[in-house]
Design a protein around this ligand. Structure first.
Ligand code: PBG
Length: 333
């Protein structure tokens, strides 16, 4: 009779202490992979907290510079900026507020800082839709919206944005933006496309921060006519291939945790750099659990980030980037 309990593989041997666990770990999350989103809001003098989003604020033109300075001291070098103008209209939108913030930020922090800028119309329109509506208010006009987006992208790139990130989900916007940047001699400006962006409920806190929830007296009440249906994973693949063909340098899956299957599949099938956006509702969920003492804050965030790296992302956009150094240290990463 053979007394060996386990003749096969021992997993326990390689889990017995931190040293061997560190040596066998396949994935380390590094702060270098993270991008910090931030909001700058026209017409406010003091920054305002965003509900559910600890440590995230609607910043004023002054406070954004202080916040970025604090973040730089904490080791953050990469940002994604959302500009929220106070002047809203329905067409011929005015992008000068955001452009001005970009030049201020670049003037102050220069080359040390990588500045991506979100391009969408939802913070600028009266009705909060991501595009220009037809007269009946039941439909987003694709061509007119793409013209507005290209104009915004060009203005932001000329103001010094390193990377343009279109999040609107119109057809053909990546190609149009690339063409308008190239024509202006801005061949080096990177495009990070929200190529697999789903029509998600997890954007709730963001829409408060960016003043961008669908609203007003128009027929269209949600974003289902342009964002990807969560039940149509095929669209995520095809629209990412399309955006890559149109000239997107970086592709993205958004949200993150509920769409890890998409990230894992697409990052295998399309050999381009992949970003994932851990959106406002995902970040807030972990924060709320931690606040109630139901989860360890640092470990919870790092576990989510680890899952993104495992699924094939090389870039993680997360509201927690500014705490990464602290949290990664706490979990011994
Ligand atoms: C703008 C935009 C949204 C987000 C990024 N860009 C919201 C939306 O589509 O309604 C969501 C980001 C987040 O929830 O953190 N279109």
């Amino acid at each position: 009779m053979d007394n060996t309990v386990n003749k096969g593989l021992s997993f326990r041997r390689l889990r017995q202490n931190p040293a061997i666990r560190e040596l066998t770990k396949e994935i380390y999350v590094l702060g270098e992979h993270l991008i910090q989103p931030c909001f700058v809001v026209d017409g406010i003098n003091h920054r305002e907290p965003v509900p559910g989003m600890n440590g995230v604020f609607r910043e004023s033109s002054d406070s954004i510079l202080q916040q970025i300075e604090t973040d730089v001291e904490a080791g953050v070098r990469k940002f994604l900026l959302f500009g929220v103008p106070s002047k809203k209209s329905t067409r011929n939108l005015d992008f000068s507020f955001t452009a001005k913030q970009i030049s201020e930020i670049k003037r102050r922090f220069g080359k040390d800082l990588f500045l991506a800028v979100d391009v969408c119309l939802c913070s600028s329109t009266e009705h909060g839709q991501c595009g220009v509506l037809n007269d009946t208010g039941d439909h987003v006009e694709n061509a007119e919206t793409v013209d507005e987006l290209s104009r915004a992208a060009l203005q932001y790139a000329q103001a010094g944005a390193d990377c343009i990130a279109p999040s609107d989900m119109m057809d053909g916007r990546v190609g149009a933006i690339r063409a308008s940047l190239d024509k202006a001699g801005l061949e080096q400006t990177i495009i990070m496309s929200y190529s697999a962006k789903f029509n998600s409920r997890f954007y709730g806190p963001f829409r408060l921060a960016a003043d961008s929830a669908p609203k007003g007296n128009v027929i269209l009440k949600d974003r289902a006519t342009y964002q990807i249906d969560p039940a149509r994973p095929t669209d995520a693949l095809v629209s990412s291939i399309r955006d890559s063909d149109e000239g997107a340098d970086i592709l993205m899956v958004k949200p993150g945790l509920p769409y890890l299957d998409i990230l894992a599949k697409l990052s295998k099938e399309i050999p381009r750099p992949w970003a994932v956006y851990e959106v406002s509702g995902e970040y807030a969920a972990i924060e709320l659990l931690a606040e109630k003492g139901l989860i360890n804050q640092a470990a919870g965030h790092v576990e989510a980030w680890t899952s993104f790296m495992r699924a094939g992302a090389s870039i993680i956009i997360t509201y927690g980037a500014r705490y990464a150094r602290e949290w990664l240290k706490q979990v011994n990463q």
